[in-house]
Design a protein around this ligand. Structure first.
Ligand SMILES: Nc1ncnc2c1ncn2[C@@H]1O[C@H](COP(=O)(O)OP(=O)(O)OP(=O)(O)O)[C@@H](O)[C@H]1O
Ligand SMILES: [Mg+2]
Length: 391
Protein backbone atom coordinates (compact mmCIF):
# COMPACT_ATOMS: atom_id res chain seq x y z
CA UNK A 1 0.00 0.00 0.00
CA UNK A 2 1.20 3.51 -0.77
CA UNK A 3 1.41 5.80 2.19
CA UNK A 4 -1.07 8.63 2.31
CA UNK A 5 0.29 12.13 1.76
CA UNK A 6 -1.23 15.33 3.11
CA UNK A 7 -2.70 17.76 0.60
CA UNK A 8 -4.24 21.03 1.71
CA UNK A 9 -5.86 22.67 -1.28
CA UNK A 10 -7.66 25.99 -1.58
CA UNK A 11 -9.42 26.08 -4.93
CA UNK A 12 -9.87 29.86 -5.12
CA UNK A 13 -11.81 31.45 -7.93
CA UNK A 14 -8.68 33.23 -8.97
CA UNK A 15 -6.01 30.68 -8.17
CA UNK A 16 -5.43 27.31 -6.54
CA UNK A 17 -3.12 27.37 -3.56
CA UNK A 18 -1.92 23.97 -2.33
CA UNK A 19 0.39 22.69 0.42
CA UNK A 20 1.76 19.15 0.41
CA UNK A 21 3.44 16.54 2.54
CA UNK A 22 5.42 17.99 5.40
CA UNK A 23 5.04 21.41 3.81
CA UNK A 24 8.11 20.76 1.67
CA UNK A 25 6.20 21.67 -1.46
CA UNK A 26 3.42 23.94 -2.54
CA UNK A 27 1.72 25.00 -5.77
CA UNK A 28 0.05 28.12 -7.08
CA UNK A 29 -1.98 27.63 -10.26
CA UNK A 30 -4.30 30.22 -11.84
CA UNK A 31 -7.83 28.85 -11.87
CA UNK A 32 -8.34 28.83 -15.61
CA UNK A 33 -9.11 25.86 -17.82
CA UNK A 34 -9.78 25.44 -21.53
CA UNK A 35 -11.37 22.40 -23.16
CA UNK A 36 -9.37 20.89 -25.97
CA UNK A 37 -11.39 19.00 -28.51
CA UNK A 38 -8.44 16.99 -29.68
CA UNK A 39 -4.83 16.49 -28.82
CA UNK A 40 -2.63 19.50 -29.13
CA UNK A 41 0.00 18.96 -31.81
CA UNK A 42 3.14 17.55 -30.27
CA UNK A 43 6.02 19.91 -30.79
CA UNK A 44 9.59 18.71 -30.72
CA UNK A 45 9.93 16.79 -27.49
CA UNK A 46 13.33 18.21 -26.71
CA UNK A 47 12.08 21.72 -27.04
CA UNK A 48 9.04 20.85 -24.93
CA UNK A 49 11.08 19.35 -22.12
CA UNK A 50 12.95 22.57 -21.63
CA UNK A 51 9.74 24.23 -20.57
CA UNK A 52 8.17 24.37 -17.13
CA UNK A 53 5.41 21.77 -16.64
CA UNK A 54 3.51 24.29 -14.55
CA UNK A 55 3.19 26.58 -17.58
CA UNK A 56 2.19 23.73 -19.88
CA UNK A 57 -0.39 21.66 -18.07
CA UNK A 58 -2.24 19.63 -20.66
CA UNK A 59 -4.23 16.73 -19.25
CA UNK A 60 -7.00 14.24 -19.77
CA UNK A 61 -9.07 13.60 -16.67
CA UNK A 62 -10.98 10.46 -15.98
CA UNK A 63 -13.30 10.43 -12.99
CA UNK A 64 -16.86 9.37 -12.26
CA UNK A 65 -17.16 12.56 -10.21
CA UNK A 66 -17.03 14.67 -13.37
CA UNK A 67 -20.02 15.66 -15.45
CA UNK A 68 -17.81 15.45 -18.47
CA UNK A 69 -15.61 12.44 -18.14
CA UNK A 70 -12.44 11.86 -20.15
CA UNK A 71 -12.22 15.39 -21.47
CA UNK A 72 -8.93 17.08 -22.34
CA UNK A 73 -7.98 20.38 -20.74
CA UNK A 74 -5.33 23.00 -20.77
CA UNK A 75 -4.93 24.16 -17.20
CA UNK A 76 -3.53 27.31 -15.59
CA UNK A 77 -1.09 29.50 -17.51
CA UNK A 78 -1.44 27.43 -20.67
CA UNK A 79 -5.21 27.96 -20.66
CA UNK A 80 -4.94 31.73 -20.25
CA UNK A 81 -3.37 31.86 -23.70
CA UNK A 82 -6.41 30.39 -25.45
CA UNK A 83 -9.57 32.17 -26.49
CA UNK A 84 -12.00 29.61 -25.10
CA UNK A 85 -10.74 29.57 -21.54
CA UNK A 86 -13.23 29.60 -18.70
CA UNK A 87 -12.96 31.06 -15.25
CA UNK A 88 -15.46 30.28 -12.54
CA UNK A 89 -18.61 32.29 -12.65
CA UNK A 90 -19.23 34.15 -9.37
CA UNK A 91 -22.82 32.94 -8.99
CA UNK A 92 -21.99 29.28 -9.44
CA UNK A 93 -21.49 26.56 -6.86
CA UNK A 94 -17.86 25.59 -6.45
CA UNK A 95 -18.89 22.13 -5.33
CA UNK A 96 -20.84 21.46 -8.50
CA UNK A 97 -18.44 22.66 -11.16
CA UNK A 98 -16.19 20.29 -13.07
CA UNK A 99 -13.66 23.11 -13.09
CA UNK A 100 -13.17 22.80 -9.32
CA UNK A 101 -12.37 19.11 -9.65
CA UNK A 102 -10.16 19.58 -12.71
CA UNK A 103 -8.06 22.13 -10.80
CA UNK A 104 -7.94 19.95 -7.69
CA UNK A 105 -6.92 16.82 -9.59
CA UNK A 106 -4.40 18.71 -11.71
CA UNK A 107 -2.62 20.08 -8.65
CA UNK A 108 -2.54 16.70 -6.92
CA UNK A 109 -1.30 14.91 -10.03
CA UNK A 110 1.43 17.48 -10.46
CA UNK A 111 2.48 16.94 -6.87
CA UNK A 112 2.45 13.18 -7.38
CA UNK A 113 4.81 13.30 -10.38
CA UNK A 114 7.18 15.99 -9.17
CA UNK A 115 9.55 15.73 -6.25
CA UNK A 116 10.24 12.03 -6.83
CA UNK A 117 13.75 10.77 -6.53
CA UNK A 118 13.62 8.96 -9.84
CA UNK A 119 11.47 10.76 -12.37
CA UNK A 120 8.78 8.47 -13.77
CA UNK A 121 9.07 7.55 -17.41
CA UNK A 122 6.54 7.63 -20.20
CA UNK A 123 3.88 4.98 -19.92
CA UNK A 124 4.18 4.78 -16.15
CA UNK A 125 1.11 4.72 -13.99
CA UNK A 126 1.68 6.31 -10.61
CA UNK A 127 -0.51 5.26 -7.71
CA UNK A 128 -0.94 7.96 -5.13
CA UNK A 129 -3.13 8.40 -2.12
CA UNK A 130 -3.87 11.56 -0.28
CA UNK A 131 -5.45 12.77 2.90
CA UNK A 132 -7.11 15.91 1.65
CA UNK A 133 -8.07 19.06 3.49
CA UNK A 134 -10.01 21.55 1.44
CA UNK A 135 -12.87 24.00 1.71
CA UNK A 136 -16.06 25.34 0.26
CA UNK A 137 -17.72 28.72 0.66
CA UNK A 138 -19.86 28.96 3.75
CA UNK A 139 -22.94 29.32 1.61
CA UNK A 140 -22.40 25.87 0.14
CA UNK A 141 -21.57 24.21 3.42
CA UNK A 142 -24.74 25.73 4.87
CA UNK A 143 -26.71 24.04 2.12
CA UNK A 144 -25.02 20.74 2.84
CA UNK A 145 -23.14 20.58 -0.46
CA UNK A 146 -19.97 19.50 1.33
CA UNK A 147 -21.41 16.03 1.95
CA UNK A 148 -21.84 15.12 -1.71
CA UNK A 149 -18.59 16.83 -2.65
CA UNK A 150 -16.68 14.75 -0.13
CA UNK A 151 -18.28 11.44 -0.99
CA UNK A 152 -17.70 11.75 -4.71
CA UNK A 153 -14.03 12.35 -4.02
CA UNK A 154 -13.79 9.42 -1.61
CA UNK A 155 -15.88 7.10 -3.70
CA UNK A 156 -13.59 6.35 -6.59
CA UNK A 157 -10.19 6.51 -8.18
CA UNK A 158 -9.58 9.59 -10.31
CA UNK A 159 -7.06 9.54 -13.08
CA UNK A 160 -5.04 12.34 -14.60
CA UNK A 161 -3.12 11.63 -17.77
CA UNK A 162 -0.45 14.11 -18.78
CA UNK A 163 -0.60 14.81 -22.50
CA UNK A 164 1.60 17.46 -24.08
CA UNK A 165 3.24 18.47 -20.81
CA UNK A 166 7.02 18.76 -20.50
CA UNK A 167 8.76 16.03 -18.48
CA UNK A 168 5.52 14.21 -17.67
CA UNK A 169 4.07 13.48 -21.08
CA UNK A 170 2.44 10.06 -21.21
CA UNK A 171 2.39 9.55 -17.46
CA UNK A 172 -0.85 8.63 -15.73
CA UNK A 173 -1.58 9.33 -12.10
CA UNK A 174 -4.23 7.45 -10.17
CA UNK A 175 -5.49 9.54 -7.30
CA UNK A 176 -7.13 7.98 -4.28
CA UNK A 177 -8.31 9.67 -1.13
CA UNK A 178 -7.93 8.00 2.26
CA UNK A 179 -9.79 10.82 3.89
CA UNK A 180 -11.33 14.08 2.75
CA UNK A 181 -12.10 16.94 5.11
CA UNK A 182 -14.15 19.82 3.78
CA UNK A 183 -14.06 22.97 5.92
CA UNK A 184 -16.08 26.16 5.58
CA UNK A 185 -13.78 28.89 4.24
CA UNK A 186 -14.47 31.53 6.90
CA UNK A 187 -13.80 29.13 9.75
CA UNK A 188 -10.50 28.13 8.22
CA UNK A 189 -9.33 31.73 8.21
CA UNK A 190 -10.17 31.98 11.90
CA UNK A 191 -8.22 28.83 12.70
CA UNK A 192 -5.23 30.24 10.92
CA UNK A 193 -5.45 33.42 12.93
CA UNK A 194 -5.62 31.86 16.35
CA UNK A 195 -3.60 28.66 16.01
CA UNK A 196 -0.13 27.55 14.97
CA UNK A 197 0.80 24.45 12.97
CA UNK A 198 0.28 22.22 16.00
CA UNK A 199 -3.07 23.84 16.68
CA UNK A 200 -1.74 25.46 19.82
CA UNK A 201 -3.52 28.68 20.49
CA UNK A 202 -1.19 31.51 19.51
CA UNK A 203 -3.62 34.32 19.92
CA UNK A 204 -5.28 34.05 23.32
CA UNK A 205 -6.61 37.57 23.03
CA UNK A 206 -8.59 36.75 19.99
CA UNK A 207 -9.96 33.33 20.63
CA UNK A 208 -13.10 34.23 22.54
CA UNK A 209 -13.85 37.49 20.86
CA UNK A 210 -16.49 38.13 18.28
CA UNK A 211 -14.55 38.89 15.14
CA UNK A 212 -15.20 39.50 11.47
CA UNK A 213 -13.06 38.19 8.63
CA UNK A 214 -13.44 39.90 5.29
CA UNK A 215 -11.92 37.78 2.53
CA UNK A 216 -11.53 39.78 -0.68
CA UNK A 217 -10.73 37.31 -3.42
CA UNK A 218 -10.48 37.51 -7.17
CA UNK A 219 -14.16 37.20 -7.94
CA UNK A 220 -15.91 37.23 -4.61
CA UNK A 221 -15.87 38.68 -1.13
CA UNK A 222 -16.92 36.76 1.95
CA UNK A 223 -17.41 38.14 5.41
CA UNK A 224 -17.46 35.57 8.17
CA UNK A 225 -18.70 36.27 11.68
CA UNK A 226 -16.92 34.30 14.39
CA UNK A 227 -18.59 33.90 17.75
CA UNK A 228 -18.00 31.34 20.51
CA UNK A 229 -15.10 29.92 18.53
CA UNK A 230 -17.33 29.08 15.63
CA UNK A 231 -18.57 30.60 12.41
CA UNK A 232 -22.02 31.99 12.79
CA UNK A 233 -23.68 30.60 9.68
CA UNK A 234 -26.64 32.89 9.72
CA UNK A 235 -24.58 36.04 9.93
CA UNK A 236 -21.99 35.36 7.26
CA UNK A 237 -22.39 37.16 3.99
CA UNK A 238 -21.04 36.64 0.52
CA UNK A 239 -20.81 39.18 -2.27
CA UNK A 240 -20.13 38.50 -5.93
CA UNK A 241 -17.44 41.12 -6.23
CA UNK A 242 -13.71 40.66 -6.00
CA UNK A 243 -10.72 42.54 -7.26
CA UNK A 244 -10.23 40.94 -10.68
CA UNK A 245 -12.72 43.15 -12.45
CA UNK A 246 -10.98 46.31 -11.26
CA UNK A 247 -7.56 44.99 -12.23
CA UNK A 248 -8.92 44.29 -15.69
CA UNK A 249 -10.32 47.84 -15.88
CA UNK A 250 -6.95 49.31 -14.99
CA UNK A 251 -5.33 47.22 -17.69
CA UNK A 252 -7.86 48.43 -20.26
CA UNK A 253 -7.39 52.07 -19.35
CA UNK A 254 -3.63 51.87 -19.47
CA UNK A 255 -3.98 50.45 -22.95
CA UNK A 256 -6.40 53.14 -24.11
CA UNK A 257 -4.57 56.03 -22.54
CA UNK A 258 -0.94 55.02 -22.96
CA UNK A 259 -1.06 52.38 -25.66
CA UNK A 260 0.73 49.92 -23.40
CA UNK A 261 -0.65 46.40 -23.18
CA UNK A 262 0.17 44.68 -19.90
CA UNK A 263 0.31 40.88 -20.07
CA UNK A 264 -1.95 40.07 -17.18
CA UNK A 265 -3.75 41.21 -14.06
CA UNK A 266 -0.68 40.02 -12.19
CA UNK A 267 1.29 42.83 -13.88
CA UNK A 268 -1.27 45.31 -12.64
CA UNK A 269 -0.95 43.93 -9.11
CA UNK A 270 2.79 44.39 -9.37
CA UNK A 271 2.46 48.01 -10.49
CA UNK A 272 0.20 48.93 -7.59
CA UNK A 273 1.91 46.99 -4.81
CA UNK A 274 5.66 47.02 -5.49
CA UNK A 275 7.97 48.85 -3.15
CA UNK A 276 9.86 50.90 -5.71
CA UNK A 277 8.35 52.92 -8.50
CA UNK A 278 4.81 52.11 -7.52
CA UNK A 279 2.10 53.36 -9.93
CA UNK A 280 4.58 53.88 -12.74
CA UNK A 281 4.99 52.16 -16.08
CA UNK A 282 7.38 52.59 -18.98
CA UNK A 283 5.84 54.16 -22.09
CA UNK A 284 8.13 54.11 -25.12
CA UNK A 285 11.07 54.25 -22.75
CA UNK A 286 9.78 57.02 -20.52
CA UNK A 287 8.80 56.47 -16.93
CA UNK A 288 5.12 57.39 -16.76
CA UNK A 289 2.79 57.93 -13.84
CA UNK A 290 -0.49 55.98 -13.94
CA UNK A 291 -1.58 56.91 -10.44
CA UNK A 292 -4.68 58.74 -11.70
CA UNK A 293 -5.99 55.54 -13.27
CA UNK A 294 -5.12 53.13 -10.47
CA UNK A 295 -6.31 55.48 -7.73
CA UNK A 296 -9.71 56.15 -9.22
CA UNK A 297 -10.55 52.53 -9.95
CA UNK A 298 -9.21 51.09 -6.70
CA UNK A 299 -10.82 53.78 -4.58
CA UNK A 300 -14.12 52.96 -6.20
CA UNK A 301 -13.75 49.30 -5.27
CA UNK A 302 -12.49 50.12 -1.78
CA UNK A 303 -15.63 52.17 -1.20
CA UNK A 304 -17.80 49.22 -2.16
CA UNK A 305 -15.82 46.92 0.10
CA UNK A 306 -16.14 49.43 2.91
CA UNK A 307 -19.90 49.46 2.44
CA UNK A 308 -19.94 45.67 2.83
CA UNK A 309 -18.00 45.99 6.05
CA UNK A 310 -20.35 48.65 7.40
CA UNK A 311 -23.35 46.60 6.51
CA UNK A 312 -22.11 43.48 8.30
CA UNK A 313 -20.76 45.40 11.28
CA UNK A 314 -24.11 47.10 11.73
CA UNK A 315 -25.78 43.72 12.02
CA UNK A 316 -23.05 42.45 14.37
CA UNK A 317 -22.45 45.50 16.47
CA UNK A 318 -20.57 43.65 19.21
CA UNK A 319 -17.72 42.64 16.94
CA UNK A 320 -14.32 43.70 18.23
CA UNK A 321 -12.16 43.57 15.14
CA UNK A 322 -12.25 42.80 11.44
CA UNK A 323 -9.35 41.07 9.70
CA UNK A 324 -8.90 41.62 5.99
CA UNK A 325 -7.57 38.59 4.12
CA UNK A 326 -7.31 37.40 0.49
CA UNK A 327 -5.29 38.84 -2.37
CA UNK A 328 -7.81 41.66 -2.77
CA UNK A 329 -7.04 42.91 0.72
CA UNK A 330 -3.37 43.22 -0.19
CA UNK A 331 -4.31 45.35 -3.19
CA UNK A 332 -6.84 47.55 -1.38
CA UNK A 333 -5.10 47.88 1.98
CA UNK A 334 -4.08 51.54 1.76
CA UNK A 335 -7.37 52.64 0.27
CA UNK A 336 -9.53 50.92 2.85
CA UNK A 337 -7.34 52.18 5.70
CA UNK A 338 -7.61 55.76 4.45
CA UNK A 339 -11.37 55.51 4.08
CA UNK A 340 -11.68 54.07 7.55
CA UNK A 341 -9.64 56.89 9.07
CA UNK A 342 -11.86 59.45 7.44
CA UNK A 343 -15.12 57.66 8.09
CA UNK A 344 -16.17 55.25 10.82
CA UNK A 345 -12.86 54.31 12.41
CA UNK A 346 -13.58 50.61 12.85
CA UNK A 347 -10.99 48.40 14.48
CA UNK A 348 -9.58 46.75 11.36
CA UNK A 349 -6.40 44.82 10.67
CA UNK A 350 -4.44 43.81 7.57
CA UNK A 351 -1.53 41.47 7.11
CA UNK A 352 1.86 42.99 6.45
CA UNK A 353 2.87 40.17 4.19
CA UNK A 354 0.55 39.78 1.21
CA UNK A 355 1.48 36.11 0.91
CA UNK A 356 0.01 35.52 4.32
CA UNK A 357 -3.23 37.02 3.02
CA UNK A 358 -3.28 34.93 -0.09
CA UNK A 359 -2.23 31.63 1.48
CA UNK A 360 -4.50 31.99 4.52
CA UNK A 361 -6.96 29.25 3.52
CA UNK A 362 -4.45 26.73 2.21
CA UNK A 363 -2.37 27.14 5.38
CA UNK A 364 -5.43 26.74 7.55
CA UNK A 365 -6.53 23.56 5.78
CA UNK A 366 -3.05 22.23 6.35
CA UNK A 367 -3.22 22.88 10.08
CA UNK A 368 -6.65 21.33 10.33
CA UNK A 369 -5.89 18.20 8.36
CA UNK A 370 -2.51 17.67 10.07
CA UNK A 371 -4.26 17.89 13.41
CA UNK A 372 -6.91 15.43 12.23
CA UNK A 373 -4.19 12.94 11.29
CA UNK A 374 -2.40 13.34 14.62
CA UNK A 375 -5.64 12.67 16.49
CA UNK A 376 -6.43 9.59 14.44
CA UNK A 377 -2.94 8.24 15.06
CA UNK A 378 -3.26 8.74 18.79
CA UNK A 379 -6.64 7.08 18.69
CA UNK A 380 -5.46 4.03 16.80
CA UNK A 381 -2.43 3.67 19.08
CA UNK A 382 -4.74 3.68 22.08
CA UNK A 383 -6.94 1.06 20.50
CA UNK A 384 -3.95 -1.15 19.75
CA UNK A 385 -2.72 -0.87 23.34
CA UNK A 386 -6.16 -1.69 24.60
CA UNK A 387 -6.38 -4.72 22.34
CA UNK A 388 -2.94 -5.87 23.43
CA UNK A 389 -3.61 -5.50 27.16
CA UNK A 390 -6.94 -7.32 27.00
CA UNK A 391 -5.32 -10.41 25.50
N1 LIG B 1 1.15 38.95 -4.30
C1 LIG B 1 -0.01 39.56 -4.53
N2 LIG B 1 -0.21 40.78 -4.06
C2 LIG B 1 -1.35 41.40 -4.26
N3 LIG B 1 -2.40 40.87 -4.92
C3 LIG B 1 -2.27 39.66 -5.42
C4 LIG B 1 -1.07 38.94 -5.24
N4 LIG B 1 -1.24 37.76 -5.82
C5 LIG B 1 -2.48 37.76 -6.34
N5 LIG B 1 -3.09 38.93 -6.12
C6 LIG B 1 -4.42 39.31 -6.58
O1 LIG B 1 -5.40 39.12 -5.56
C7 LIG B 1 -6.61 38.69 -6.12
C8 LIG B 1 -7.26 37.63 -5.28
O2 LIG B 1 -6.42 36.57 -5.00
P1 LIG B 1 -6.89 35.37 -4.06
O3 LIG B 1 -5.91 34.29 -4.25
O4 LIG B 1 -7.16 35.83 -2.69
O5 LIG B 1 -8.30 34.98 -4.74
P2 LIG B 1 -9.02 33.58 -4.73
O6 LIG B 1 -9.02 33.02 -3.36
O7 LIG B 1 -8.45 32.71 -5.77
O8 LIG B 1 -10.47 33.98 -5.19
P3 LIG B 1 -11.87 33.84 -4.41
O9 LIG B 1 -11.60 34.15 -2.97
O10 LIG B 1 -12.75 34.83 -5.11
O11 LIG B 1 -12.28 32.44 -4.61
C9 LIG B 1 -6.30 38.24 -7.54
O12 LIG B 1 -7.00 39.06 -8.44
C10 LIG B 1 -4.82 38.43 -7.71
O13 LIG B 1 -4.49 39.06 -8.91
MG1 LIG C 1 -10.14 32.98 -1.70
Amino acid sequence: MTKSRIAAVDVGNDAVKANFGKLESSLYIPNVIARDLEDRPVIGIEELDEKDPLDNLHIRVHSPALRENNAIYRVGNLATKTTNSTELDPGSYKSEEDQTLIMLFASLALDAVSGRETPPSKGNVIESSYTLGTGLPLREVKEGKDVGYRSQLLGSVHQVEFLVTPKYQGIKVNLKFDEVKVYPEGFAAYVNLVMDNDLNVINKDLIDKQILIQDIGGLSTDIAVIRNRNVDDDKAQGFNLGVSESLEMIRDEILTKHGVELDSRRDVVDIITRKNDRHHIMVRGSRTNVHDITDRILLELAKKQYRYLRNVWQKNSQSEICYFVGGGSAVLKDYIKTLNNKLDGYNIEFFEDENESIWMMANAYYKLVADFIRKTEVQSKKEKQKAASSK
